[in-house]
Ligand binder design. Structure first.
Ligand SMILES: Nc1ncnc2c1ncn2[C@@H]1O[C@H](COP(=O)(O)OP(=O)(O)OP(=O)(O)O)[C@@H](O)[C@H]1O
Length: 760
């Protein structure tokens, strides 16, 4: 039993009847009012430990066995054990008030009934926690399914976990009937174990969902995030802080809706005197708690840095989960717990490529080191991401879930958030916008104020401009250049534009004005767009170019180069896609200073209709093993995948080749253009010497056969087997300590021993 004796409360939980929990569940026609714990019977001695991989093996441990009736069990029991079991059958059963309507008189009569282990058939194990096993149970009378959390008394006492169970029970009782919280119907016990009869959530948990799909699209993320935050709001309103919110503690019920579970480490706040006229209970949600509880990947920095948490730790965890929904992995994850802590303490995380701007904005405001600067729940609900969600009319819980789809990058998602101007600031914004646009193309001097604002205001326009600009270039053979005006034209803005710039005459297009810029292949607005897009990732664009791209098929298939690119008669005859080439995707390559080659594709068969660019492929340049120049219009880049990049424009290939050859990663090398061309020419002449015939179609070995487009493995999707490197993170639950290294040591120790200690 360790060095800690049981408190009265612990004793009550383990050995005495307790308070009622919830309405009964097992009957459809009758309402049942459970009010006490009792004891159960019908247990079978288990040869192995049944309380999770972290539990101790106990020879005294009992588990409910699947679908057995009582008689065969009696055979193995000696008389004293049988007597004890029978004693507990009465003592440990839950006593429930059953309301029965008399069919003749129509009167409601109440009966006290006992419900215990004998009233359920036990089935498969649903899950394993640190100190419990959860099994499926079917009520013998109604056939309804439940999840029963089974906790070994001996283990709880030995590992000093009784407090956790008490807290879990109290929290669930307090929260009973709250939307988004798993329901505890009642508890019962026998000599060996405690049983929590819980609502069954048949669709597993949120971690499994993310794993299955790899990520969730914005719509799904919005649906689930709104339920999670609403459930957290309800918790906090009732004075409960969860403190271990993570995907695996978010179950999915029969309707695929959120049910928070695992309140073992919750904090139940004392009610404070209320000043409210309506007398609503008041809880100090900012009251600090020093308990070291949570899970490494979702733990808030204030617990690690300053050894305290309050309700804002649930908001932090919500931010981590929101990130994970889109990225498929938690924001703070390292090879071990210590390194994960380091990242959390420094709030060191990076958005994945193509992370949608709107969610990024919200996550950035949630994963904030200083709890006071973190958004409040009210502010979260008011965030533009939840603009379409009505948190007041219950639709968050009533609406059916959307079709689950993984997140797929789209140009729409990359568009920066519209900056909502204050009414009187519209004109100023327009001025700044236009001033910036003019600046970007023509005006050398810009005021400091304009510079400061421009990153915020230029991006929407730049996005729109980029797409148009790009289409325009294709049509006009790179002879036109575009510069941007505000994408939402307005008379005011046009006036402002005239005032602030006298450079360009307006054209009929509301968002683009084209001017001839000689031979410059791409407008700066396009580059600005990518720069702005990547700026948030601490990345900047080194190169934006049109390319044709193919990726070697993962399984070699009988596809040759002609099949790969039917319009290309030979690789040396590469040109921009023609208007007739319906099957072609226009692709551009963006190379960044962080050594990423991002290939965006735009399906625009006739170049009439605007189609959005989508990130199709990411090439990690530092993983490139070899670059082969097939000829001076095509590169073969060997790495984890073989990528063929073709471009008629030799200068483009020079740049790509140069970047890759110099193993560009974090720091680009700057070489004089003359030198680059020299190097390139040398490289080519060596290649040409080795090539037997000029302009010959290179031999493509069977193993390097190509397919048109990209293998699906390059697209955003769930990794094999629902994959990802997501392991179920285990909770940390240990006593508070101001000494961080002690905490780490303790958590490591804890991992080893799979033990927990009671918080103070
Ligand atoms: N009501 C339920 N319906 C279906 N499955 C459930 C239910 N409750 C729990 N489970 C499954 O059992 C697992 C363990 O449950 P739970 O998290 O409550 O246990 P725990 O011992 O408190 O775990 P932890 O180690 O996180 O503290 C869950 O991850 C889930 O897979």
């Amino acid at each position: 039993m360790g060095n800690r004796s049981l408190t009265e409360a612990d004793h009550a939980l383990l050995f005495e009847p307790s308070l009622p929990t919830a309405e009964d569940p097992t009957q459809t026609q009758h309402r049942l009012h459970p009010f006490v714990d009792g004891n159960g019977s019908g247990l079978k001695a288990s040869p192995q430990g049944q309380f999770g991989d972290k539990a101790l093996t106990s020879t005294h441990r009992f588990i409910p066995s699947a679908n057995e009736d009582s008689s065969p069990r009696d055979m193995g029991l000696d008389p004293s054990m049988r007597r004890r079991r029978d004693e507990w059958a009465d003592r440990g059963a839950a006593k429930i008030i059953k309301e029965v309507v008399d069919p003749t008189t129509g009167e409601l009569t109440k009966h006290v009934v006992k419900m215990g282990i004998k009233d359920f058939k036990f089935g498969e194990q649903l899950g394993d926690g640190s100190y419990s096993s959860v099994v499926l149970a079917t009520a013998r009378d109604s056939g309804k399914k439940y999840a029963v959390k089974v906790l070994s008394k001996e283990y709880l006492i030995r590992q000093k976990k009784v407090k956790y169970v008490t807290v879990e029970k109290l929290a669930l009782q307090k929260l009973n009937g709250t939307k988004g919280i798993i329901r505890l119907f009642f508890t019962f016990q026998d000599e060996a174990s405690l049983y929590f009869l819980l609502e069954y959530a048949p669709h597993s948990d949120f971690l499994a969902l993310i794993k299955k799909y790899g990520s969730l699209n914005e719509q799904c993320a919005r649906y689930y995030a709104s339920q999670i935050i609403d459930a957290v709001d309800s918790l906090h309103t009732i004075g409960i802080i969860h403190r271990d919110i993570k995907p695996e503690n978010i179950l999915l019920d029969k309707d695929m809706k959120v049910k928070l579970t695992d309140f073992g480490t919750a904090k139940i706040l004392p009610e404070e005197p209320s000043n409210d006229a309506d007398g609503k209970p008041y809880f100090d949600l900012n009251a600090r708690s020093k308990s070291f509880v949570g899970t490494a990947e979702y733990v808030s920095p204030e617990l690690l840095n300053d050894s305290y948490t309050d309700s804002r730790c649930d908001i932090w965890a919500f931010g981590c989960i929101l990130f994970q929904m889109v990225a498929g992995k938690p924001p703070f994850k390292a090879s071990n717990e210590y390194l994960t802590f380091q990242k959390v303490m420094k709030v060191q995380y990076a958005f994945t490529a193509g992370f949608p701007q709107i969610i990024k904005d919200l996550v950035k405001k949630l994963l904030v080191k200083e709890p006071n600067d973190r958004l409040t729940i009210e502010q979260i609900k008011a965030h533009i991401f939840f603009q379409s969600v009505n948190f007041d009319n219950g639709s968050v819980w009533d609406d059916d879930p959307p079709e689950i789809q993984p997140y797929k990058i789209s140009a729409e998602a990359l568009k920066p958030l519209p900056k909502v101007p204050e009414p009187d600031a519209t004109a100023k914004l327009a001025n700044l916008q236009l001033a910036y646009n003019s600046h970007a193309e023509t005006t050398p001097q810009t005021s400091a104020a304009t510079c400061q604002d421009r990153s915020a205001i230029s991006m929407t326009a730049a996005t729109a401009a980029f797409n148009k600009d790009y289409t325009g270039q294709l049509k006009s053979g790179y002879n036109s250049n575009a510069f941007v005006r505000s994408s939402s034209s307005s008379t005011d803005r046009e006036k402002a534009h005239k005032k602030t710039t006298n450079i360009h005459a307006s054209r009929s297009s509301p968002s683009i004005t084209s001017v001839s810029k000689g031979k410059e292949p791409r407008s700066r607005s396009a580059d600005n767009f990518w720069s702005s897009y990547l700026k948030n990732l601490d990345e900047h664009v080194l190169l934006v170019k049109d390319i044709e791209l193919s990726v070697e098929a993962t399984e070699s298939s009988a596809v040759d180069l002609e099949t790969l690119a039917p319009d290309y008669k030979s690789p040396c005859d590469i040109d921009s896609p023609t208007e007739s080439a319906d099957k072609f995707y226009k692709r551009i390559l963006v190379i960044t200073n962080l050594g990423r080659g991002l290939i965006f594709a735009k399906k625009s068969p006739k170049m009439r209709k605007e189609r959005e660019f989508e990130l199709q492929f990411e090439l990690k340049l530092n993983q490139v093993e070899k670059i082969n120049l097939i000829n001076d219009q095509m590169l073969q880049i060997e790495g984890p995948k073989t990528v063929f990049m073709a471009c008629k424009d030799r200068a483009v290939l020079i740049e790509v080749w140069k970047l890759m050859k110099s193993e560009i990663c974090a720091k680009p090398k700057v070489a004089s253009s003359k030198l680059e061309h020299k190097m390139f020419d040398k490289f080519i002449s060596q290649k040409v010497k080795k090539t037997k015939g000029k302009n010959q179609v290179p031999h493509v070995p069977e193993s390097s056969r190509l397919v048109n487009g990209l293998p699906s493995s390059c697209m955003t999707k769930a990794p094999e087997g629902g994959g990802s490197n997501l392991k179920r993170p285990a909770s940390l639950q240990t006593r508070s300590s101001s000494n961080y290294s002690k905490l780490l040591a303790r958590s490591t120790e804890m991992r080893k021993n799979m033990t927990r200690t009671n918080e103070k």
